[in-house]
Write a protein that binds this ligand. Structure first.
Ligand code: MEV
Length: 318
């Protein structure tokens, strides 16, 4: 039996993080330059049903039976096996690798889960459809940060720009013209569950105050949807800045994010904001094609540990 590889890209939220947890819409895009992969192949040295998991990037090399079932990797494997309901499971090995920065708002956890689910189900001869991959990834996300909105598993599984709102049909965005985005990593790692649960506590204390901010963010996201489809980068820039001001009001930014955002604006970006959980991780800026190099350089000069440029264009609707 050959090696079967399951893959999934990273992602970045353009607009609406955190507010999306409270029912507002948000927009996210896949980032193909970083990805997770799960290589699955037979393990002839082990007994039937034994599953060897290797994730050398995080120093993990063990058997599924040795892992806490709440461990996200174990959960991804177990959920896949439960979904498939096979009578016979051969011994196999899963090798996981990822170039997606961890705890940086780029969906590394969701992408690893989706890659595992795809890799194992294909290896066992029953490749699962995207809708199931997304649902199972969401279940693992709950372990990662307790109260996920569901946007990460969707954008990563379907590998398309999405306009997402809880309990509404998922919309894929068709982008008419290219837009250029620069993602700068502060290098500071704050797990999303920390910022989500901290905001959750503050929201519980003053629900009206926070709901009003979330609603304003929701309005920004709706306007951004149209601007993105038309590739109107002036409007997108203004909306990024407005969204960032509200994220600051929610106390989700930090000195390193503020520094990178200012550097991008000074270098000619049309707008910039933090992306994902906040208090570290990544920021994102939109710029005209001619300003991309200057913005990238400015981000490195301001201390970014990594910069990724990505463009959005002409994605088919489905
Ligand atoms: C994480 O990528 C985005 C957050 O809005 C959390 C979520 O939507 O689950 C912060």
């Amino acid at each position: 039996m050959a090696v079967i590889t399951g893959k999934a890209p990273g992602k970045i939220i353009l607009f609406g993080e955190h507010a999306v947890v409270y029912g507002q819409p948000a927009i996210a895009i896949p980032v193909a330059k970083v990805k997770a992969a799960a290589h699955v192949f037979p393990d002839f040295k082990s007994r039937a049903g034994e599953i060897h998991i290797q994730a050398l990037d995080i120093g993990l090399d063990t058997f599924l039976s040795e892992l806490d079932p709440q461990h996200p990797l174990a959960a991804a494997v177990n959920l896949t096996l439960a979904e498939l309901q096979l009578e016979h499971i051969p011994a196999f090995q899963v090798q996981i690798s990822s170039s997606i920065p961890i705890s940086a708002g780029m969906g590394s956890g969701a992408a690893i889960s989706a890659a595992i689910i795809r890799g194992i189900s294909a290896f066992l001869g029953r490749p699962l459809p995207d809708s199931t991959v997304s649902t199972l990834t969401y279940e693992v996300e709950k372990i990662h940060h307790g109260n996920p909105s569901g946007i990460d598993n969707n954008v990563i599984t379907y590998n398309k720009p999405v306009y997402y709102q809880k309990e509404q049909a998922l919309q894929f965005l068709q982008i008419e013209k290219e837009t250029h985005w620069v993602i700068g990593d502060t290098g500071e790692k704050t797990p999303t569950y920390e910022t989500v649960s901290d905001l959750g506590k503050r929201h519980a204390e003053k629900p009206q105050h926070y709901d009003q901010i979330f609603q304003t963010i929701g309005g920004i996201v709706q306007e951004a949807r149209g601007a993105l489809i038309k590739a109107d980068i002036k409007t997108l820039g203004r909306l990024l800045n407005e969204n960032q001001a509200l994220l600051c009001e929610l106390d989700l930014s930090c000195a390193s994010l503020d520094r990178l955002i200012q550097a991008a604006l000074d270098a000619g970006a049309e707008g910039a904001k933090l992306s994902g959980g906040g208090r570290g991780g990544n920021m994102i800026a939109v710029a005209s094609a001619s300003k991309m190099d200057a913005v990238e350089k400015a981000l490195y000069d301001a201390g970014a540990v990594n910069v990724i440029s990505t463009k959005l264009a002409g994605v088919p609707q489905s």
